[in-house]
Design a protein around this ligand. Structure first.
Ligand SMILES: Nc1ncnc2c1ncn2[C@@H]1O[C@H](COP(=O)(O)OP(=O)(O)O)[C@@H](O)[C@H]1O
Ligand SMILES: [Mg+2]
Length: 270
């Protein structure tokens, strides 16, 4: 991604955690080979933090000038807040006139040609369908989602997903300690059954773990526990296969995937 893409990501899409710019800069240079891209983004985040909120809101609202759905506008913007971001998209909260809430993801990558954008949207839609077909029988696990091509205010094409909103708080299941996860499973038969079915489907379809691209269990907050105690439920918040990049080490990716599944199996052991 070039400089313009990085500027858009930080200032327009708002893909930043407020106040984290300095951390990002330090992390970028505190390594054997400085990560200049990260340093640049960190620097831009520091600048962004100094700008008045109304200006940032205005840019975000302009970015969504061609938003294809009729949605509510509160506090001057249709995108009510940034819910989060991952390697592929920045995700916003929208709500319609029935107060129905949606998570809308906009791809950080933009496309010049309609064909390219459509191909990408179709790839993601098919990818989602595979995951939904395999895991859709597990109650509450897979949010509904659909993909379309969207032109931002500069006419650049991006892939957008519109996904059922999942209200938090949620925690990345792999960041819950083994002891706590075991306790949660013992206390909560619904969660336990969701996890058992999930692991069973992965065992029955081992290509999802052992081959590339695997189901994306590596991204932060992709497989989550929503809620606490007896009301806790498993949610696959990012129901997709992993987006493989050229610099990924395939052996490393499959090794990490196997260790994630092993973690779930250990937690399920009585
Ligand atoms: N349906 C949703 N409801 C609430 N928050 C969501 C939803 N989908 C995504 N998010 C938030 O956005 C973040 C990034 O979404 P994700 O689909 O993982 O993007 P990416 O494809 O870039 O990895 C999630 O970690 C979560 O914080
Ligand atoms: Mg993700």
């Amino acid at each position: 991604m070039g400089l313009e893409g990085a500027v858009d990501e930080v200032f327009l899409l708002g893909d930043v955690k407020r106040g984290k710019g300095w951390e990002q800069c330090i992390d970028a240079v505190n390594r054997e080979f400085p990560n200049w891209g990260k340093l640049l983004r960190g620097g831009m985040s520091i600048t962004r933090d100094q700008l008045p909120e109304r200006l940032l809101l205005k840019w975000r609202e302009q970015f969504f000038d061609n938003f294809p759905l009729d949605v509510n506008k509160e506090g001057g913007s249709r995108a009510l807040e940034v819910l989060g971001s991952g390697g592929v998209s920045v995700v916003y909260l929208f709500s319609d006139e029935n107060e129905c809430k949606y998570a809308v993801g906009v791809s950080k990558e933009s496309f010049d040609k309609g064909e390219e954008a459509k191909k990408n949207a179709k790839y993601l839609q098919d990818d989602y369908r595979v995951v939904k077909e395999l895991f859709g029988g597990i109650e509450g696990l897979i949010p509904n989602e659909s993909h379309l091509v969207f032109a931002d205010n500069k006419g650049r094409l991006r892939v957008m997903f519109i996904r059922e909103f999942v209200s938090g708080p949620f925690r990345d299941i792999f960041r819950i300690s083994e002891d706590e996860l075991k306790k949660l499973i013992t206390l909560n038969p619904t969660l336990s059954s969701q996890l058992e079915q999930f692991v069973q489907i992965l065992d029955d379809n081992s290509e999802l773990v052992k081959e590339v691209p695997p189901l994306d269990l590596l991204g932060k907050d992709n497989l989550c526990v929503k809620g606490e105690g007896k009301s806790a439920r498993l949610v696959l918040l990012d129901p997709h296969k992993m987006k493989m990049r050229l610099n990924f080490n395939v052996d490393e990716v499959t090794r990490k995937m196997r260790s994630k599944v092993e973690y779930l199996k250990v937690a399920l052991k009585k």
